[in-house]
Design a protein around this ligand. Structure first.
Ligand code: BG6
Length: 493
C-alpha cells in the first residue's frame, strides 16, 4: 500500500477540533500536550482549539469546569506559566454537540473558519468514528487540507477495524488519516530506530542466532480506575498488546527501511506483522497466559481486586494481564521467541525491551557457575535509559567475570527538554508527518494476528488466572519462561 500525499498547503491557520473534548484523554493528555506545544511556540500562529462535548456548557463554564479544574492539574508544575496559560485559553471555543445529530454539525461549521487546516481529533469510542466522518463530510467541513486523527483501539476486531477504515476512507485519503499509537511518540521508542539503524556495531548481531530471546514488558501500577465501562469490553490484549506491544515488537524486528519516509517505515513494520506466526488453539493454550488482578497492595497501599472495582460486571472475564510467546516466521528471527507481557496493578511501573544475546559457545573464564549472555535493556518507563550488560573481570587476583552495565545516560548527554509522546505526535499531525502513525494495512495485520487469540480464549471457556495486585502476574507467566530455562528481566537482577 502506498500513501498518495495530498498537496496540502503548508502553514495554514489551524482549527484543532477535538471530539471527546470533555473526556479523560482530553484532560489527561491532549490538552496538556497542546498547552506545551503552545508554550514552546509549536502551534501555527493563528490556531484555534474547538472542543466538542455533550455537556450544555458555555465557553466560560468549559474553561472553569474543565480546563482549570481538570486539565490544568495535568500540566507539569515547572512548565506552568500563567501568562502563557491565559493566552492558551484564549484559543478555545466549546461547541456543544450530539455527534449523531446532523444539524449540530452546522453549528460546528459556523464556528470553524474557512480556508484553514482543520484537524479533527476523534478521542471518542471507535463506534462513533464512522458517523462523525460522514456527518463532517456532509456538512462540507472536510477538504483537501483537513486531517483526521483516530484514537486507539481502532475497532474491536478485524472486521470492525476494516469497516471503520473503509468508512473513514470515503471522506479522507490515507495521507489525511493519522492512526495514533502514543507509544510511537515516546522518545526512547524513536531512539530505538536510531540505535538500530545508526550504529554499525548492532547490525550484524541483530538476528538469530546471535539474539536468542526478546522480552517486551509494559507493566503498570494503576488499576482500571474509572474506566471500567471501556476496559471491561476491551481487556489487556486489545488495549495494549494489539497496538503498543506489537508496535514495539515491529521496531525491534523490522528490516532497515530504505528511508524514514512514512511508507518506507510502515512497509517494513507491515512485513513483520504479516510474518507473525498465527497461533493455533494448541499454541494459545500453551503460549499465552491471561490474568485478572485480585485484591492486594501496590506500593504498600491496599488496593481492590478487579471484580470489586466500580462498574465491573459481576463475574467479568476481562483480562488485566497478558503474557505470551510470539514467533516471527522469517530468516532473521527463525526460532527466536518474543515474549510480550503487560498488566495492570503490577508490582511496579516499568516498560522495557530486553534483547538477550546468545551465550558464548564456550567460555574459558569462570563465571561462578552462571551462564551470562550480553543483554541490551531499553527502558521506556519510569526512566528512559539504555543499558548494555557486558561481562567484565571481577577485581582481584583471580580471573572471574561478572556482568556490569554500560550505561547510556541520555538525560545527561542531552539536556534539552523531551516532549511527551502526545505533544510530539500532535506536532507531527500539524506538520503533516505520518512516519510515526499506523497505516491501514498495518493496523489490520495486527488485528488479524491478535483476533484468533481472543477467539481461542473465549472458546476455551477458561477464566483468566487470578494474580494478587502488586505482583508481576500469575505464576503461569513465570512458568511460560521457565519452560525454556529463562526468567523475566526483573527476576534476573
Ligand atoms: C493506553 C491504554 O493506550 O495506554 C491504558 O488505554 C494504559 O490502559 C496506557 O494505561 C499506558 O500508557 P503509558 O504511556 O502510561 O504507558
Amino acid at each position: 500500500m502506498t500513501t498518495q500525499h495530498a498537496s496540502a498547503t503548508p502553514n495554514l491557520p489551524l482549527d484543532m477540533i477535538i471530539f471527546g473534548g470533555t473526556g479523560d484523554l482530553s484532560f489527561r493528555k491532549l490538552l496538556p500536550a497542546l498547552y506545551m506545544a503552545h508554550l514552546h511556540c509549536n502551534l501555527p500562529p493563528d490556531t484555534r482549539i474547538l472542543t466538542i462535548g455533550r455537556k450544555p456548557w458555555s465557553r466560560e463554564e468549559y474553561i472553569s469546569e474543565f480546563m482549570e479544574a481538570k486539565a490544568k492539574p495535568f500540566i507539569e508544575k515547572k512548565a506552568f506559566d500563567s501568562a502563557a496559560w491565559d493566552k492558551f485559553l484564549a484559543l478555545f471555543e466549546y461547541v456543544r454537540m450530539d455527534v449523531d445529530s446532523v444539524e449540530d454539525y452546522q453549528r460546528l461549521k459556523e464556528v470553524s473558519r474557512e480556508g484553514v487546516r482543520r484537524v479533527f481529533y476523534l478521542a471518542t469510542s471507535p463506534d462513533l468514528f464512522t458517523n462523525i466522518c460522514e456527518n463532517l463530510s456532509a456538512a462540507g467541513l472536510v477538504d483537501e487540507n483537513s486531517r483526521v486523527v483516530l484514537e486507539k483501539p481502532l475497532g474491536h476486531d478485524l472486521a470492525s477495524a476494516q469497516e471503520i477504515n473503509t468508512a473513514v476512507g470515503k471522506h479522507f485519503s490515507e495521507a489525511q488519516i493519522y492512526r495514533i499509537d502514543h507509544y510511537l511518540g515516546k522518545e526512547t521508542v524513536q531512539n530505538l530506530m536510531v540505535l538500530r539503524f545508526g550504529n554499525a556495531i548492532f547490525g550484524p548481531l541483530w538476528q538469530a542466532p546471535y539474539i536468542k530471546r526478546v522480552q517486551i514488558t509494559v507493566a503498570e501500577e494503576v488499576g482500571v480506575g474509572s474506566r471500567a465501562g471501556f476496559y471491561d469490553k476491551t481487556g489487556a490484549l486489545r488495549d495494549m498488546v494489539q497496538n503498543h506491544l506489537l508496535q514495539l515488537l515491529c521496531i525491534v524486528a523490522m528490516e532497515p527501511p530504505v528511508s524514514l519516509d512514512p511508507d518506507a517505515v510502515r512497509d517494513e513494520k507491515l512485513k513483520v506483522l504479516r510474518s507473525l506466526r498465527p497461533m493455533t488453539p494448541e499454541d494459545i493454550a500453551r503460549d499465552t497466559v491471561r490474568g485478572q488482578y485480585t485484591a492486594g497492595a501496590v506500593n504498600g497501599e491496599p488496593v481492590k481486586g478487579y471484580l470489586e472495582e466500580d462498574n465491573v460486571p459481576a463475574g467479568s472475564r476481562a483480562e488485566t494481564f497478558v503474557a505470551l510467546r510470539a514467533h516471527i516466521n522469517n530468516w532473521r528471527w527463525a526460532n527466536v521467541p518474543f515474549y510480550l507481557r503487560t498488566g495492570k496493578r503490577m508490582q511496579k511501573k516499568v516498560s522495557e525491551i530486553v534483547i538477550e544475546f546468545s551465550e558464548l559457545p564456550f567460555s574459558i573464564i569462570p563465571s561462578g557457575g552462571r551462564n551470562y549472555g550480553n543483554r541490551l535493556v531499553i527502558q521506556l518507563q519510569p526512566e528512559e535509559s539504555i543499558q548494555l550488560q557486558m561481562l567484565a573481570k571481577e577485581p582481584g587476583s583471580g580471573m572471574h567475570m561478572l556482568p556490569v552495565n554500560l550505561n547510556l545516560d541520555l538525560q545527561q548527554a542531552f539536556t534539552e527538554r523531551r516532549a511527551e509522546a502526545y505533544e510530539r505526535l500532535l506536532i507531527d499531525v500539524i506538520r503533516g508527518r505520518l512516519t510515526h502513525f499506523m497505516r491501514r494495512d498495518e493496523l489490520e495485520a495486527a488485528w488479524a494476528w491478535a483476533e484468533p487469540i481472543l477467539d481461542g480464549w473465549s472458546k476455551s471457556g477458561d477464566k483468566p488466572r487470578g494474580y494478587t495486585a502488586g505482583t508481576f502476574g500469575p505464576a503461569a507467566s513465570t512458568a511460560l519462561m521457565a519452560r525454556e530455562n529463562a526468567v523475566w528481566a526483573e527476576e534476573s537482577q
